[in-house]
Design a protein around this ligand. Structure first.
Ligand code: ATP
Length: 447
């Protein structure tokens, strides 16, 4: 049986699958949508929560040197002045004089407008600040301007002292956070790759200056392995070091983990930056309160260096969906072949782990099927489906990436056993109901 990725997997294929199956919908779609904003549907929210849970497990739960926080989206605007975002969180923007479309200058490949084809009609590049502004309180004037955070990281820096003191932390240690970020991107697009509202999973790892490069390497390896262990194929991942002129204003060195999309080539999935002591120094200066650490070994105050792995939840979601998409020719009962689409999602990421499918809607199967469902739902995210033929229901579960289906048939009424069907191999095994929970758990864990 051959398993192939279609030759050119387009984002349109995923947009349409996502909408049809309830992963992702365009935001406010009844009003024509709004560029750069998306809503996660019933399956999307499950998958997104799974991604966040796996990140948190790996970055916080399984480490004794990292703790988490959950900070407010709107912060004192002085944070963004001190961090350099008010002055420098900009992208170069150009307009096409012919069709008036706007572009990010650094994303254009030539002098030709991708929209109208006019040559040499771009304006000079101007810097455009990506932070969304709003007002706090009832008066809309300059004194009340605040920003929606464009990254979660700053909350970790300004809470450095609070965490060190309350949690009795010693270097090296990290502070992690998952939360919403907002960027008024000039050209959002490529489905959920570049949004204007998105979620980030970031961790600031504070270490002694001089140990920063060793920790940078540690986190680069750890993060790359995380993606691989959750099923993203190795050949579609690579590491790219930023050129000197690409580096953000705070960075001494940055590596991107990139993913290879057919639709747009190698693209940034996650950034792992060495932010040095830039942010703690800047907030020390900006707030007048020194953000340093007293090192008992050397008996002196030091300002730690920071290694930051920063990953977008939505971008990670897109990569996992994209990488999991499979099309396959399979034989039908009538001796022909048909196409099967399935998502080979890692079981930890799949929105539904187990589908419970009575062979038919026959009333004799109803009570036992309901009992089996009730047995499973405290343990796994499940779906019960008794509409249409069993073949169609398998296809539906394949298309949403459900790793295992449990089928109850007429023999089940006699032998108290059911069939487990595997998404990837389509193999079926018969299992006694009393062993079902353990068997499913073992299979989901790769046993
Ligand atoms: P780009 O160069 O693509 O604009 P960036 O280098 O500015 O991205 P970072 O500031 O390093 O991105 O953000 C860290 C991570 O947050 C990115 O690797 C990406 O996964 C995610 N991210 C950043 N911007 C967006 C966005 N507009 N939409 C979705 N995810 C984003």
């Amino acid at each position: 049986m051959t398993t192939e990725q279609p030759k050119e997997l387009t984002f349109d294929t995923l947009v349409s699958l996502s909408k049809r199956r309830g992963f992702i919908f365009p935001s406010s779609e009844v009003y024509g949508g709004i560029a750069g904003f998306w809503d996660y549907g019933p399956l999307g929210v499950e998958m997104k929560n799974n991604i966040k849970r796996e990140w948190w497990r790996f970055m916080v739960q399984e480490r004794d040197d990292v703790v988490g926080i959950d900070a407010s989206v709107i912060m004192n605007p002085k944070v963004w002045e001190a961090s350099g975002h008010v002055a420098t969180f900009t992208d170069p923007m150009v307009d096409c004089k012919n069709c008036k479309r706007r572009y990010r200058a650094d994303h254009l490949e030539s002098e030709v407008c991708p929209d109208c084809g006019a040559k040499g009609q771009f304006t000079e590049a101007r810097n455009f600040n990506l932070m969304f502004k709003t007002f706090v309180g009832p008066v809309e004037d300059d004194a009340n301007v605040v920003y929606l955070r464009p990254e979660t990281a700053q909350a970790m820096f300004v809470n450095f002292d609070n965490v060190v003191t309350s949690m009795r932390r010693k270097l090296p240690f990290g502070i992690a956070q998952i939360g919403r970020s907002f960027r008024n991107e000039i050209t959002p697009g490529n489905f959920i790759f570049r949004d204007r509202e998105f979620e980030q999973m970031e961790m600031e790892y504070f270490c002694k200056p001089g140990t920063d490069e060793q920790w940078h390497k540690h986190w680069l390896d750890a993060r790359l392995n995380w993606h691989k262990n959750l099923g993203v194929r190795e050949e579609n991942l690579r590491i790219r070091e930023h050129e000197q002129e690409e580096l953000s204003h705070y960075s001494k060195g940055t590596y991107d983990i990139e993913y290879r999309f057919d639709a747009m080539g190698w693209s940034e999935l996650e950034g792992i930056a060495n932010r040095t002591d830039f942010d703690l120094q800047a907030h020390g200066k900006g707030s007048g309160k020194s953000l340093s650490y007293f090192d008992e070994e050397s008996n002196e105050h030091i300002v730690p260096y920071v290694i930051e792995p920063a990953l977008g939840v939505d971008r990670c979601f897109l990569v996992m969906l994209y990488d999991a998409y499979r099309e396959q020719e399979v034989p039908t009962a009538a001796g022909k072949t048909e196409q099967r689409v399935y998502l080979q999602l890692h079981p930890a990421i799949a929105p539904i782990k187990v589908a419970v499918l009575p062979l038919s809607r026959n009333e004799k199967l109803g009570p036992l099927s309901k009992d089996v469902h009730a047995l499973l739902r405290p343990h796994f995210m499940t779906q019960f489906d008794d509409a249409q033929s069993i073949g169609r229901r398998y296809r539906r579960q394949d298309e949403i990436g459900t790793p295992l289906c449990v089928t109850i048939d007429f023999d089940s009424l006699e032998d108290n056993a059911v069939t487990i069907r595997d998404r990837d191999t389509m193999e079926q095994t018969r299992v006694r109901i009393e062993e079902l929970v353990d068997t499913l758990r073992r299979k989901l864990q790769g046993g």
